[in-house]
Design a protein around this ligand. Structure first.
Ligand SMILES: Nc1ncnc2c1ncn2[C@@H]1O[C@H](COP(=O)(O)OP(=O)(O)OP(=O)(O)O)[C@@H](O)[C@H]1O
Length: 383
């Protein structure tokens, strides 16, 4: 189907006098996957609440498949074809994976009747194909309590899909997941996007980059801008909004990390695990306890993808800071190139590193000394 599945026209939601949603306009096409991002308090949850009927607009209208949702109760909106997945998985822990899916397929949603009645053959097929889609065939007969957090998230997405919604609303699906689980959930959403319209709210920028085709940025209850990930990350309005939340380190320290990040990311083939390693290492340089490091790591996910004028940043560095940049850059590319079949730097890494060495303009002897130091340090860590 073509056209708009969801139209939000000039919607305002006031709580007392406070406008959590403020003259918001938003459209979603049939079959589109859209990611919504925005700083804390931007209105993302209220935005979803308005679509599902949990909250009524003070002004404006929400149209789903051309139908005005005003005054339609929440359960009836769900039946029209809008499924919502909350942040924490809501699965029946003592039922098996298959029983959870059976239950979701069975419209009267009664646990006992699902367990004791014989499923129809079309339901067998549906559950079987859902198990494949969510990648849990081998877990089908395990109680859901024994699944990992990521598997539970996938099961709940499967349960949502079992109810055949046309529009899926997914709230922070990868919070607290490992990298591998995050990638699995991303692939699942991409697969589902072939046959559903999906809105995902997410803070994890790495994940947003994995799945997003078009991103909408919310700020103070309105749409700040929309576009591809590259467009929005370089949009001065977005940078201002995120920079408005003061980074946890000084802007000078941040510049140092951005120079190193720009060089490491010049190799566009970095795997998610390698990017994670780089972020961890960079976040240790200026943040001291684990909590600060985790916070800085999240911030770096935003800042490192913004375009950097490396040359002008380098001009501002002291000699000691230049040495720090070189040491960390060499360390990061050496770590990311420790691939068993490809122990040397690849072409892009070599070019980016050489350019950085030229720009830093440190004495040749100093460069050699630092490279040797880093190699020795890494070799010791390997032992
Ligand atoms: N029921 C309510 N009554 C009063 N204020 C509310 C209510 N619900 C939300 N708000 C306020 O509206 C604003 C938007 O909240 P919302 O939860 O939609 O933001 P968010 O973008 O989802 O934030 P986060 O990323 O922190 O979850 C916040 O300032 C919040 O305090």
């Amino acid at each position: 189907m073509t056209g708009k599945i969801l139209e939000i026209e000039d919607v305002t939601v006031s709580f007392g006098g406070f406008k959590a949603i403020n003259h918001l306009n938003f459209n979603l096409d049939y079959g589109e996957l859209r990611v919504i991002i925005g700083p804390n308090g931007a209105g993302k949850t209220t935005f979803l609440d308005t679509i599902t009927g949990k909250v009524q607009p003070t002004e404006g209208r929400v149209l789903f498949k051309g139908r005005n949702l005003r005054d339609i109760p929440e359960y009836a909106i769900a039946r029209l074809g809008i499924g919502r997945k909350f942040q924490t998985p809501r699965v029946y822990l003592n039922l098996t994976v298959k029983e959870n899916l059976d239950l979701a397929c069975n419209k009267d949603k009664n646990v006992l009747s699902t367990l004791f009645r014989r499923p129809e053959s079309s339901e067998y097929r549906k559950v079987g194909s859902l198990l494949e889609t969510i990648g849990l065939v081998s877990r089908a007969d395990l109680p859901a309590a024994l699944l990992s957090h990521g598997e539970k998230q996938r099961l709940e997405i499967g349960m949502l899909v079992a109810q055949s919604p046309d529009l899926l609303l997914v709230d922070e699906p990868v919070a607290g997941l490992t990298d591998e689980e995050t990638e699995n959930v991303g692939n699942l959403l991409l697969a589902l996007a072939e046959s559903h319209a999906i809105i995902v709210i997410e803070h994890d920028m790495e994940f947003v980059r994995q799945i997003a085709r078009k991103v909408t940025v919310l700020h103070q209850g309105s749409v700040l801008c929309e576009g591809t990930m590259d467009q929005i990350q370089n949009d001065p309005k977005v940078i201002e909004v995120y920079l408005g939340q003061q980074p946890s380190i000084s802007s000078h320290q941040l510049k140092i990390l951005r120079i190193i990040g720009a060089m490491a990311l010049a190799d566009g083939t970095l795997e998610p695990a390698e990017i994670d390693l780089m972020l961890s290492r960079l976040s240790q340089v200026f943040a001291h306890d684990v909590e600060e490091q985790n916070k800085l790591k999240e911030e770096l996910k935003i800042y490192l993808y913004q375009d950097v004028s490396v040359e002008s940043f380098i001009d501002e560095l002291t000699e000691k800071e230049k040495e720090l940049v070189l040491r960390l850059s060499y360390e990061i590319i050496s770590i990311s190139s420790r691939h068993p079949n490809e122990p040397n730097l690849n072409q892009d890494e070599r070019v980016a590193y050489r350019e950085m060495v030229n720009l830093l303009d440190l004495p040749f002897g100093k460069v050699q000394e630092i490279e040797i130091e880093v190699k020795e340090k890494l070799n010791q860590q390997k032992l």
